[in-house]
Ligand binder design. Structure first.
Ligand code: GLN
Length: 239
């Protein structure tokens, strides 16, 4: 089996170790004998999302989000939309997550029109939402992460969040929602990076990608003792 990952804006959007998500996916698949390729899709490089099984985009500062906007609209937006609608697996973190929505208005009033693939919008506020936080997904997976954003995200009324906040801010610090889940696309504010510390969530993404390509595949169980210990420790330390 083989899984091809597209790492979108790998050089521009990579805060707080977001690249660790790629490393975790790759390692967890390779340990199971699944071949993995990773391509960096940077500014100026076009791509066809049909060539990939998993799309990943990390977070960034307002500055980088603004700089790449023009490039996003040169075709990457269409490819990302096609992938999302076709049920490809996509993980988008923080600034990358905001790009899936309609717009991000920065705290100092700059309007960044985004892809509007999913019905939500983000508006920046002066005071940043920073800290270790935790949430629980609809599947009951508890996730620990780190958030640092000025944007408050509000989901449209038919849009499902990725989870419910246990501790911290999540989407906006007001309605207890965190992230978004649409088809096999997952948006979250969780840096840290999210996947190494949350192995069940990493395996959910891997299972969905394999299912798209090969039908139901039972994942070989890995020894997650250290990952689970790290997660438990974070839970106990902060919550
Ligand atoms: N620039 C965005 C915000 O401040 C996203 C930040 C991030 O990716 N950490 O809301």
């Amino acid at each position: 089996m083989m899984i091809r990952i597209a790492h979108i804006y790998s050089d521009m959007l990579n805060l707080y170790g977001d690249r660790g998500n790629i490393l975790a996916l790759k390692r967890r698949m390779e340990l199971r004998g699944i071949e993995v390729t990773v391509d960096s899709i940077t500014m100026g490089k076009s791509f066809n999302s049909d060539d990939y099984d998993i799309l990943f985009v990390g977070g960034g500062q307002d500055f980088e989000q603004d700089v790449l906007l023009n490039d996003l609209k040169q075709g990457k937006d269409k490819e990302i939309q096609k992938a999302v609608e076709n049920g490809k697996v996509m993980l988008a973190i923080c600034g990358g997550y905001q790009m899936l929505g309609k717009y991000y208005k920065t705290h100092d009033g700059k309007m960044l029109e985004y892809m509007g693939i999913i019905d939500f919008y983000t508006e920046g506020v002066e005071e940043r939402m920073i800290g270790n936080y935790a949430f629980k997904t609809a599947e009951g997976i508890e996730i620990v992460g780190f958030e640092n954003h000025s944007g408050k995200t509000y989901l449209g009324k038919n849009v499902k969040p990725l989870g419910t906040v246990i501790k911290g801010y999540g989407n906006n610090g007001e309605d207890s929602t965190e992230g978004v889940r649409y088809k096999n696309t997952f948006g979250t504010y969780s840096h840290g990076p999210i996947l190494p510390k949350n192995s069940k969530f990493a395996d959910l993404l891997i299972s969905l990608a394999l299912k798209n390509k090969y039908g139901d595949v039972e994942l070989i169980k890995l020894d997650d003792e250290l990952e689970l210990k790290a997660q438990k420790q974070v839970m106990e330390l902060y919550f």
